[in-house]
Design a protein around this ligand. Structure first.
Ligand code: AMP
Length: 383
């Protein structure tokens, strides 16, 4: 087998997607002397603002995708819901890492669950559902409560419905009519944790410290890095993440979201074959950020150290924070152990991820207290 291609500084990397993950990837890539082009249907995007070139076209536009790819050495993603057909077009012009097959698996909940099951990785019981009768049968299998989720294009809890015992299944199905869905057994988790794993072009793997993630309204609110966990649990979580990356034959970065149950059992919830919100702490707190690691992996370079420099915590800044005007940046900046990240988005809609804060502490709990305090200081009072 020939050695995988290596793309050295000066090469041009393409990104499908143009959000904040791409922005941070582009910043890290430019730092190392790479050129970055971004492709998405939007203009003046978080990635486009810091990239060498921003292409605005539909993912279904074959000639635009081919023209974009023909200027690249390697294409990667900050967003997995890109049509696989577009990735196949691009692959005729440049290297694509991770491969389109990885996206194909991870962009569809049912395919992803079947893949994890086949790989022998632990997941919650689930049943595919495509009509109301199947939902009734599925509910018999999983029991209630259970969570009904669309199979495609779900994120941040979108396309999900919690079905409590006694739920009216006919009306619950109305929102899912015509869609492929999955009914998943309710998991009485103690904590939500995640592991970010990088896998290089030669199969080298490195994991970041396990994180604990606190969600509010299904959106990530605060990440603690490292998660306060027993060593044996952290090791088990890291092993699962490596097994998932190897089974996918991933080249890039993979976020593995997991449920930790009382007693230490771990179930995998979701995979994202790209940098992840729960890994943002690494931009400030790790020897190698998740974005530099993605760059190294997709360019065929050796991976960097995933060691953390300090215990850290990350808090998301959602558009809701702008309700009473511009947040008080000076008040947050007055905390010297807090880093402010903003994504350059113009309209702060409620629930929209506008930026995040990272705080350091002597302990991860101290970092979490500080990051919450910093976010509280940003908040303007209502009139
Ligand atoms: P997901 O989009 O699948 O990551 O789900 C978003 C959030 O909903 C998760 O982070 C959990 O907080 C919650 N959730 C999803 N599935 C389940 C489940 N089967 N049991 C309990 N909570 C869940």
């Amino acid at each position: 087998m020939s050695a995988p291609s290596v793309f050295l500084p000066g090469s041009t990397i393409g990104l499908m997607g143009s959000g904040q993950l791409g922005r941070m990837f582009a910043l890290e890539s430019r730092k190392m002397g790479y050129r970055v082009h971004t492709f998405s249907p939007d203009r003046d995007t978080p990635t486009g603002q810091v990239a060498d070139k921003e292409v605005c076209a539909s993912y279904e536009d074959e000639s635009a995708v081919r023209a974009f790819a023909s200027e690249l050495d390697v294409l990667t993603f900050e967003f997995e819901n890109v049509p696989v057909q577009s990735v196949d077009w691009a692959a005729e012009h440049c290297a694509v890492r991770p491969a389109g097959s990885v996206l194909h698996t991870c962009q569809h909940r049912l395919r992803e669950k079947e893949f994890l099951q086949k790989a022998g990785l632990p997941i919650a019981a689930f049943v595919p559902v495509s009509n109301e009768a199947e939902l009734r049968n599925a509910a018999q299998t999983t029991g209630l409560p259970a969570v009904l989720k669309t199979a495609a294009f779900g994120y941040d809890g979108k396309g999900q419905k919690l079905l409590r015992p006694g739920a009216d299944l006919a009306s619950a199905w109305l929102d899912f009519e015509g869609q492929s869905a999955v009914l998943e057994a309710w998991v009485p988790f103690e904590k939500e944790i995640s592991v970010l794993v990088a896998r290089g072009a030669t199969g080298q793997t490195r994991t970041y410290p396990v994180c604990e993630n606190v969600h509010t309204h299904h959106i990530l609110d605060v990440t603690l890095a490292p998660a306060p966990l027993e060593e044996s649990v952290a090791e088990a979580a890291a092993t699962l993440a490596i097994r998932a990356a190897e089974a996918l034959e991933l080249v890039g970065v993979l976020a593995v979201e997991m449920f930790l149950l009382p007693g230490g059992q771990i179930l995998i919830n979701e995979l994202a074959p790209r940098p992840h919100n729960s890994g943002h702490f690494s931009f400030d707190a790790s020897v190698t950020s998740q974005f530099e690691q993605q760059l190294r992996a997709v360019c065929g370079l050796p991976l960097g150290s995933t060691e953390s420099l300090r215990p850290a915590a990350m808090a998301n800044l959602l558009g809701d924070l702008w309700t009473h005007g511009e947040p008080d940046w000076v008040a947050a900046a007055a905390l010297p152990e807090v880093k402010i990240h903003l994504y350059g988005k113009a309209s702060p809609r409620p629930g929209r991820k506008m930026g995040h804060l990272v705080a350091f502490g002597a302990t991860v709990q101290a970092a979490a207290d500080l990051v919450r305090e910093a976010r509280r200081r940003l908040q303007r009072e209502g009139t």
